[in-house]
Design a protein around this ligand. Structure first.
Ligand SMILES: O=C(O)CCC(=O)C(=O)O
Ligand SMILES: [Fe+2]
Length: 268
């Protein structure tokens, strides 16, 4: 089979699965959880064949193009990012399956049912997808909000919760980049924690849900985060400091400045 045929087959398999196998009541249940917690697991959204193809592509991309980063950001209260990443640019250049699946109409439609509003491809390309691998003890994607409203995270690898790697979140919180006041957010509302397994997907309301990945003590965690916009995002000014600092290059490309981070990027 030629590569184009294989990818076309995967997109078709995802679309057919979403139209014929996914039950409305599952989407409605997910909608209720999403409203309550700003988070809901959606493992049933994607057929196994498509999950395996995406996992395979992610493994190759992280092995060949992953870059180790260690940073913290004043816009999120100095929380750490200790991880290996593959950015949108490399995924687009070297990936075939992920760029084709990202904006599949039936996928966007199913996500919109869960979100209760349109879920749109991110207008700012670096936030469309990013691969993150946590691989060393202490690795974490520290507390933060995202610039855009929605994230669909596909979990390829994750250790048992005993070793960290689960997601924590505080829904209905708002990001003041000048003064994020993380401790106030924790004091004023409970922190919810969710265990994840390989093969899970989850949707998060990332602009109004403070979230992090609990630091790893052992094992390996590998995900792709697909970011999506709400209609409102298309009309508001978004400054992109943390994403551009984290995925290093895009902001430099735009402005030649990297003064928003507490630390410059370093190899760790
Ligand atoms: O790894 C995760 O589950 C969350 C990733 C995340 O929050 C992000 O990439 O912005
Ligand atoms: Fe995030």
């Amino acid at each position: 089979m030629r590569p184009g045929e294989r990818i076309g087959g995967l997109v078709q398999s995802l679309s057919e699965h979403l139209v014929t196998n996914v039950e409305q009541r599952d989407l409605e249940g997910a909608r209720r959880a999403f409203l309550l917690n700003g988070f809901t697991k959606l493992p049933f959204l994607v057929p196994d064949r498509v999950k395996s193809a995406v996992a395979e592509e992610i493994e190759v991309l992280v092995a060949e193009h992953g870059v180790r980063r260690g940073m913290s950001f004043k816009e999120t209260g100095g929380t750490p990012r200790l991880m290996r990443n593959v950015r949108h640019k490399e995924i687009n250049e070297h990936g075939t399956v992920i760029p084709r699946l990202y904006a599949t109409t039936e996928l966007l439609d199913a996500l919109a049912r869960v979100a209760g509003e349109p879920v749109l491809p991110c207008p700012y390309e670096p936030e469309r997808y990013v691969i993150t691998e946590l691989e060393q003890s202490g690795d974490t994607h520290g507390w933060h909000w995202d610039d855009y409203s929605f994230a669909l995270v596909w979990v390829v690898a994750c250790p048992p919760a005993e070793y960290g790697g689960f997601v924590q979140c505080v829904p209905r919180t708002y990001w003041n980049k000048q003064d994020p006041q993380l401790h106030r957010q924790f004091i004023s509302q409970p922190i919810h924690s969710f265990e994840l397994r390989p093969g899970d997907l989850y949707l998060m309301r990332t602009d109004t849900t403070l979230h992090r990945v609990y630091p790893l003590t052992s094992g390996r965690r590998l995900i792709i985060n697909m970011g999506y916009a709400s209609r409102a995002d298309l009309h508001k000014p978004i400054s992109h400091e943390t994403m551009d600092g984290l995925w290093n290059g895009s902001r430099e490309d735009q402005t030649g400045r990297m003064d928003h981070t507490d630390q410059a990027e370093q190899t760790v």
